[in-house]
Design a protein around this ligand. Structure first.
Ligand code: HAS
Ligand code: CU
Length: 548
């Protein structure tokens, strides 16, 4: 199955182009993040009248939307080329079209943010209104990503045609699931942008239905977080076992968890709108139940990872309940960074369960607790896994090798990240419980005693933010080295084999009509009635606001 061992050179270029943009976004977005934590400590003001909200929007868009989408598509292109063979010329050509559309779109969006015409944050909630150029730029990014999705589907179909009756390679299967998920969910954001936000910001209509717009956004926004998470799970399931020298616990379990994500990721957007009026509590309840369903594949993943590690440790003679822990390759950054990501996912996921519980969400919603939550999930679990992947992926693609010195630096980088994030995200969680709001610049709210309580935590956030910025500089040093300066040589693209005792993978996982059909039915059940309600009983629309 894994007979293609290298990503073809021309595909490597395409994948690398995406990864470069991702790390440029990390550099700029990280700088914005540093500035924010400094401002919020109350000890620092932005120079030259730059607005806090301009910086905050830059940060969220570059890291939440640009870094992720570019890294994921680059990684998936590489993974699919590695496991199904070199792209056809036509597929590669369209891959480049997708890349350029996304890149031009990013540049347009960034331009309007930086000139201060679009400080609407990365969720661009109505009734905040941005310059039309902001929405147009984002549209190009999404359309580009769709093209890339179809390139992957076409490549996968080519492999299936050449290998009739065989199950597709695991990594390619996973990339296809992730892009199907992305395609279905991004229709929601495309709808609100094209039908509501663009005409409204162009002045063609003067009012917008805010609730419909937010609902379409979160129909997209929750699966978006799994679009980020699933590539990390690809690394955990299909690559980490090989990195540690072991085998994958079960191919079927990995596929089943991905299918469950496809089914349950989408009909759950209301868990971001639990505090919003205008949605019947019954439908919030339905979507909370579905949210708890989508936790199951993550629990399956935790189980599979423990099983993989334990199986490997015992094969090396480990004894006792946790003896296997000592057998893991702690000095290998390709393992260490993603492993720390897994570890942090335990409290991060627990925080998610808090958010998803309607009553508890009343305490934390719109507080900086939520910001703390996604800096554990996205900015630690996912991002550390991506860094860990970059440590072999970039040299594999650039024809170089990672030196021992760089590996050591990568271990240090991971530790710096852990320390910085523990300060920053930890302080955010605590301050959130004390009521500190998210999405807001520094204020003592007329020296109210409650707001003064938050200040020590805000200083801790700035300390953490500064340490994290050092972490960003370190990873940029490593990545630049791996891309341009490291010694030439061959680096392996690790792909794990399945353990001998695992069951054969059934073909039913590739019954796309079935899974996409069920996903659509679940979406219709969860959204049809409340959506009709929102339109039939719509309150008066809102004009646009520019509050920055
Ligand atoms: Fe979340 C808000 C609920 C996961 C990202 N989330 C956000 C926002 C972002 C985000 C960006 O229900 C803010 C959006 C905004 O701007 O408003 N989230 C959840 C739930 C999960 C969850 C139930 N979130 C994520 C992931 C994200 C992410 C993943 C990004 C990648 N989230 C919410 C809710 C809100 C929310 C509400 C709205 C809050 C509000 O009020 O606005 C679940 O998927 C989590 C399940 C995960 C687990 C953990 C399993 C553990 C594993 C690790 C195993 C470890 C090993 C190592 C093997 C149950 C798999 C062990 C080794 C040893 C030695 C111990
Ligand atoms: Cu969510």
């Amino acid at each position: 199955m894994n007979d293609v061992l290298k990503v073809a050179r021309r595909d490597a270029k395409l994948a690398l182009a995406h990864i470069y943009i991702a790390f440029i976004a990390l550099a700029l977005g990280g700088l914005a993040g540093l500035l924010q934590t400094l401002v919020r400590s109350g000890k620092f003001n932005l120079p030259a009248n730059i607005s806090y909200y301009t910086i905050l929007t830059t940060h969220g868009v570059l890291l939440g939307l640009v870094l992720t989408t570019f890294f994921i598509i680059g990684f998936q292109f590489a993974a699919v080329s590695r496991t199904t063979g070199a792209f056809s010329d036509r597929n590669r050509f369209w891959g480049w079209i997708g890349f350029w559309l996304m890149t031009i779109g990013t540049a347009v969006t960034a331009f309007f943010i930086l000139i201060g015409e679009a400080s609407v944050l990365y969720t661009f909630y109505a009734p905040l209104q941005a310059h039309p150029g902001f929405y147009l730029g984002l549209t190009l990014v999404v359309v580009g990503s769709w093209i890339s999705g179809f390139v992957l589907f076409a490549q996968y179909a080519r492999w299936k045609k050449a290998n009739p009756g065989q199950v597709g390679p695991l990594l390619s299967f996973m990339a296809v699931v992730n892009m199907v998920l992305w395609l279905i969910c991004s229709l929601g954001v495309a709808a609100t942008v094209l039908i509501q936000l663009l005409p409204w910001s162009l002045g063609l209509v003067d009012q917008i239905n805010v609730l419909v717009s937010r609902t379409l956004f979160w129909y997209f926004g929750h699966p978006l977080v799994y679009f980020w998470l699933l590539p990390a799970y690809m690394v955990w399931y299909a690559i980490i076992p090989k990195v540690i020298g072991g085998k994958m616990f079960s191919d079927s379990l990995a596929r089943l968890s991905f299918i469950l994500f496809l089914l349950f990721s989408i009909p759950v957007g209301f868990h971001h709108q639990l505090m919003e009026p205008g949605i019947d509590p019954f439908w919030k309840y339905v979507q909370v139940v579905l949210t708890f369903m989508v936790v199951i594949p993550s629990l399956m993943t935790a189980f599979a990872m423990f099983a993989t590690f334990e199986m490997y440790g015992r094969s090396k003679g480990a004894a006792g309940l946790f003896g296997w822990l000592r057998k893991l390759p702690w000095g290998d950054a390709r393992f260490f960074a993603p492993f720390v990501g897994m570890l942090f996912f335990i409290p991060a996921g627990a925080g998610g369960l808090v958010n998803a519980s309607h009553q508890l969400d009343q305490v934390v919603h719109n507080t900086i607790w939520v910001t703390g939550h996604f800096h554990l999930t996205l900015a630690t679990t996912v991002v550390l896994t991506f860094f860990g992947a970059a440590y072999w992926l970039i040299p594999h693609l650039s024809g170089r090798i990672m030196t021992r010195a760089m590996n050591r630096l990568a271990i240090i980088q991971t530790i710096v990240w852990v320390v910085g994030m523990s300060f920053m995200s930890g302080a955010m969680h605590f301050a959130g419980l004390l009521g500190a709001p998210r999405r807001s610049a520094f204020s003592t709210y007329a020296n109210s005693p409650q707001a003064l309580e938050w200040i020590p935590y805000q200083i801790a956030q700035a300390v953490g933010g500064t340490i994290l910025f050092i972490g960003i500089i370190l990873v940029l040093v490593i990545v630049t080295n791996l891309a341009f300066f490291a010694p030439k040589g061959e680096t392996e693209f690790p792909v794990a084999e399945v353990a001998e005792q695992a069951e054969r993978t059934p073909l039913v996982f590739e019954n796309w009509k079935l899974w996409i059909g069920i996903a659509i039915i679940l979406i219709l059940i969860a959204y049809t009635i409340p959506f009709i309600d929102m339109i039939q009983n719509a309150p008066p629309g809102s004009k646009g606001y520019k509050l920055w």
